[in-house]
Design a protein around this ligand. Structure first.
Ligand SMILES: [Zn+2]
Length: 213
């Protein structure tokens, strides 16, 4: 992930400010406005291993992955389905539209990580540190779906009374894929192995469009 101002790789600390994801240098250069110097804007980039995060999500059975909220298009309030994980990490007017959490024991025994998409940003939050460890603003960001796979669940096969093969019955086939965020052409955040990634992309694009109104 690169600074969306100077293009340098992000160090241990980055900052989400307005519509940019900034390295420490660029953030200091703009004079560190005090409202941006809060935990809601600070990304502890060095505290998360993205490969580990990807591996953990791929290890979680498809049944345990969260579904999208029902029919966000027609819902009067598409932002109301989950409470914010740590209210101090959200900025005023920011509302959660999608989230998922690692169950304890998958990465580290007591660590949980929550990934959140809001009407303004996409974030990964370390629940023990109560800090943002990855994130991107959505304003001006491009959302793309990559690396899709079909995953089957609930497939049954069996034999009939006389031993004849009946075959597989209607299992559910689900699409999984990465939802990637590009900020000024460079990759700023990845949600790995998301159930119904195209649905999530539609949800995000719709939310960004309606917040521009
Ligand atoms: Zn920079």
């Amino acid at each position: 992930m690169l600074c969306s101002s100077c293009g340098a790789p992000l160090g241990a600390v980055a900052h989400i400010y307005d519509d940019r994801l900034l390295c420490e240098n660029c953030f200091l250069k703009i004079g560190s406005p005090s409202d941006a110097n809060s935990p809601a804007h600070t990304v502890l980039f060095g505290q998360l291993d993205d490969q580990e995060r990807e591996k953990a999500w791929r290890a979680i059975p498809p049944e345990s992955q969260p579904l999208l909220p029902p029919d966000p298009e027609s819902s009067a309030s598409p932002t109301s389905f989950q409470a914010p994980p740590h209210p101090t990490l959200l900025i005023p007017g920011e509302q959660v539209i999608w989230q998922r959490t690692f169950k304890k024991g998958i990465i580290h025994r007591h660590a949980t990580l929550t990934e959140v998409v809001t009407n303004l940003r996409a974030l990964a939050i370390d629940d023990q540190l109560k800090s943002i460890v990855r994130g991107t603003p959505l304003k001006g960001a491009q959302v793309v779906v990559m690396d899709t796979t079909r995953v089957s669940t609930g497939v049954k096969s069996g034999y009939g009374r006389r031993g004849s093969y009946i075959g597989t019955s209607s299992g559910t086939s689900l699409t999984f894929g990465n939802v990637e965020f590009l900020l000024q052409g460079s990759l700023s955040f990845i949600l790995y192995h998301v159930k119904d990634p195209f649905g999530l992309k539609r949800l995000i694009d719709g939310s960004v469009k309606s917040s521009k109104k």
